[in-house]
Design a protein around this ligand. Structure first.
Ligand SMILES: Cc1ncc(COP(=O)(O)O)c(C=O)c1O
Length: 439
């Protein structure tokens, strides 16, 4: 079975002819917990965390793996990555709240975001997070003022846009000059940010950060990123005496969503990252900084599937067959945002040959609410349980209430046991914050 390339690591077909993940029958899970349902395989999550440690740890002691919680943030996930010895990237006060609820060690939290509010900055300082990743001149001023008010000295990294464009979708490129993130290298804003940070009495600049994009397959973009940044680091050391202790190369390693995708391995990423940083430091006569990598998708993506119930099967003769499921763009926006491709299969007919070519549509009032186009599945009928694999990253994280659709439940499965880690929203939950217009 080729499932393990795209599906969670524990995926098998069971004696009932159903898909089984983490020792749990997916059809039974769907009936017990309802659909749409995110099913995370605990083993796959832990395997990916360990693969990062193994790959980087084999090459250097000077590394840290920082899970980018935007990919999938919740208490249970923060607890799991803490147990696996990863650090945490949060991009908002909300993600920080999830980390705190999980009692994530604050010193191992990195606070990102291109527009942190004063309240978020103050919260970060008050809970003692390890590092802010500074993204704008306004943030430097606000952070310096808030740290001064508290009599604190805060360690920071500076986020740089190195002008490197990896081959990926335009909307997930972040390292190019025209970006809302960070300080550009080419236009001198990064050098100016370093100068101001070095002059800020309550901020201690300890490193640089860059994130060039997401779903990256070709690793040479990382090598270019590192080379470009080291040239800047050499200038900044000469000009303002900045010694870089932390080099955060960002996240972005791509994963396999379909059989056609050919991502690079975590080991190959480690090889490129470690060798490029080692060479960069040697070339410019610097001590090797600690290398940070910040994966999100490659930790969480493959660990989950989304289970749906098939509601209608609409055959348009000579055109296509629409199989409509009970979720859609409210639980998976990626096909609409990035033209993302997914696979699909009927968990209830796992052993049946995939003889039909169908298009999986959601239930929302948008023609574009299509989850998967032209995919082979077994003959579908209403009531079948359909799964889309590879939905563990930026699936639930981007879930929304379009059409007043309650957000799905999320469960974690392991060794035949399923635990609810995020409860299903109800219509009452959706209505809870609404107020009558009144007289
Ligand atoms: C700053 C930063 N770090 C890490 C990531 C994680 O990227 P990925 O999930 O592609 O690994 C992102 C994603 O947008 C990001 O913006």
């Amino acid at each position: 079975m080729t499932h393990t390339l795209i599906y969670p690591h524990t995926t098998v077909h069971n004696a009932a002819g159903h898909l089984e993940i983490g020792g749990c029958d997916v059809v039974d899970l769907a009936h017990e917990h309802g659909t749409p349902l995110f099913i995370y395989d605990e083993q796959s999550l832990r395997d990916q965390c360990r693969a990062y440690h193994a790959a980087f740890g084999a090459l250097t002691d000077l590394y840290e793996i920082v899970y980018a919680s935007k990919a999938f943030s919740c208490r249970a996930m923060c607890e799991l990555v803490a147990q696996e010895g990863l650090s945490l990237d949060v991009a908002t006060g909300g993600e920080l709240a999830a980390a705190r609820a999980a009692a994530f060690p604050p010193a191992r939290i990195y606070f990102h975001g291109n527009n942190k509010s004063v309240a978020e900055i103050e919260l970060g300082l008050d809970v003692g997070i390890g590092h802010f990743v500074v993204d704008s001149f306004e943030e430097i001023e606000r952070l310096e003022a808030a740290a001064a008010e508290r009599g604190q000295r805060q360690q920071v990294l500076v986020r740089v846009t190195p002008g490197v464009r990896p081959a990926t979708h335009d909307f997930v490129q972040t390292g190019q000059q025209d970006s809302k993130f960070g300080f550009g290298l080419a236009d001198g804003r990064a050098a100016e940010a370093v100068r101001r940070l070095r002059g800020a009495a309550h901020l201690e600049l300890v490193g640089v950060h860059a994130h060039i994009g997401s779903q990256i397959f070709a690793l040479d973009s990382y090598r270019r990123e590192v080379e470009v940044l080291f040239i800047a680091l050499a200038d900044w050391r000469r000009d303002v005496g900045f010694e870089c202790c932390i080099f955060n190369m960002g996240g972005g390693l791509g994963i396999r969503y379909t059989e056609a995708d050919k991502p690079s391995s975590i080991a190959a990423l480690a090889e490129v990252g470690v060798s490029a940083v080692r060479e960069g430091a040697a070339r410019h006569g610097m001590v090797m900084p600690k290398l940070f990598v910040e994966p999100g998708r490659s930790i969480a993506g493959k660990a989950a599937v989304t289970a749906y119930t098939v509601g209608t099967v609409k055959v348009i003769p000579g055109v296509r067959t629409y199989v409509a499921v009970d979720g859609g763009m409210s639980d998976n926006l990626r096909p609409m945002l990035y033209d993302a491709r997914y696979e699909a299969m009927l968990a209830s007919k796992a052993e049946m040959p995939a003889t039909e070519v169908v298009t999986i549509a959601g239930k929302h009032c948008e023609s574009g609410d299509v989850l998967v186009r032209d995919v082979h599945i077994a003959p579908p009928e209403p009531g079948d349980i359909l799964v889309t694999p590879g939905t563990g990253a930026y699936g639930y994280a981007m879930a929304n209430n379009y059409n007043a659709q309650p957000r799905p439940a999320v469960i974690m499965v392991a060794e035949g046991r399923a635990r609810v880690i995020i409860a299903r929203e109800t219509w009452d939950d959706v209505l809870r914050l609404q107020r009558p217009l009144g007289a």
